[in-house]
Design a protein around this ligand. Structure first.
Ligand SMILES: C[S@@+](CC[C@H](N)C(=O)[O-])C[C@H]1O[C@@H](n2cnc3c(N)ncnc32)[C@H](O)[C@@H]1O
Length: 309
């Protein structure tokens, strides 16, 4: 082996070690990414820390715990969009929000909100539903992310025309004020959303939630972390509350046994309502709510919405 080949070989070992370290320490499941993508993003941190090789960077990480957050920020993609996956928002608008807003106090959480498009889309739906009656309800949309730069943009609520490309003009006129090239979410919608920095790896303080959107976030996490976080969401929801995941995300393990599946395609799940045994299980000849989950082959061929009606 030439000295260059030896160098490449050792660097490759250090790269694998780095991936293991990130998995163990911050739960980032690097096997979800292509190596060329990881290398491109890691190159930024190698330059910023002046380490320039994976082996030196691994040593640096072990001595500088704060670097884990910085590298995590660089590796987690912030891509998002208003009304991303339109059918999901349509489902929320038609089936979930009208049910939730039978109550006058509704608490929702957009976990992993990136630059804010997701919680603002939800806030727009809430306003569309309640209109003038909005002030008579106590509505809170918590919106959290661990990326401070993304959160700063979210708090500002300013977007350019390209970021609003999927919105119809009347909706833009109603919910955004235009100033030159920028479009700002109007205050009556912005005020419903409360942004905060929060790491999903840490326990949540939110309780008695009616709806949690956690979409396209878990793809970064190991399966164990995902199950752990979904169980925390389960505990943070009130009975009958909803969880919405990303389209490429599925519940597995314990969470998949606890949640009911309200809509398979839109990835909408429900914590069993208090009366679920009486109302649903007897009708279906099912003994435990656990049996009503997405992984149960009995329901796979069935329109899952009918399960909950
Ligand atoms: C692809 S964006 C998803 C945005 C939005 N939920 C959507 O579906 O359009 C993923 C977001 O998850 C955030 N994220 C990744 N790991 C996180 C963690 N441990 N705690 C909180 N947010 C995290 C990233 O910073 C990023 O903004």
């Amino acid at each position: 082996m030439t000295s260059v080949e030896v160098g490449d070989f050792l660097e490759n070992i250090a790269f694998q070690k780095l991936k293991r370290l990130l998995h163990e320490r911050v739960g980032l499941n690097c096997s979800c990414y292509r190596d060329d993508y990881l290398k491109r993003r890691l190159a930024v941190r190698l330059r910023a820390t002046g380490t320039n090789t994976y082996s030196r960077y691994v040593r640096y990480l072990k001595k500088n715990a704060v670097e884990y957050n910085l590298v995590l920020n660089d590796l987690t993609i912030n891509y998002t969009a208003f009304f991303r996956d339109r059918d999901v928002y349509l489902y929320l608008e038609k089936n979930v929000l009208p049910t939730l807003f039978k109550s006058t106090e509704v608490r929702m959480w957009s976990a992993g909100c990136a630059t804010g498009e997701e919680p603002y889309s939800l806030a727009i739906l809430v306003h569309k539903l309640l209109g003038e009656k909005l002030p008579t309800h106590k509505v809170t949309i918590f919106a959290s992310d661990l990326d401070e730069d993304a959160l700063a943009k979210a708090v500002k609520g300013e977007y350019d025309r390209k970021q609003l490309r999927d919105l119809e003009d009347p909706l833009i006129d109603k919910y955004f004020s235009n100033n030159g090239a920028s479009y700002r979410v109007k205050d009556f919608v912005r005020h419903i959303v409360r942004f905060e920095k929060r790491d999903l790896m840490k326990p949540s303080l939110h309780k008695s939630l009616d709806l949690i959107l956690c979409r396209n976030v878990m793809i970064f996490f190991s399966r164990e972390s995902q199950q752990h976080i979904y169980m925390r969401f389960y505990n943070a929801l009130r009975e009958g509350g909803y969880l919405v995941t990303g389209k490429s995300e599925v519940l597995s393990g314990e969470p998949s046994k606890r949640f009911l599946c309200a809509d398979v395609n839109c990835r909408v799940y429900q914590k069993p309502p208090a009366d679920v045994n009486r109302r649903v299980l007897s009708g279906l000849g099912v003994e435990k709510a656990d049996e009503l989950n997405l992984n149960n082959p009995r329901w796979r061929t069935m329109d899952s919405c009918t399960i909950l009606k």
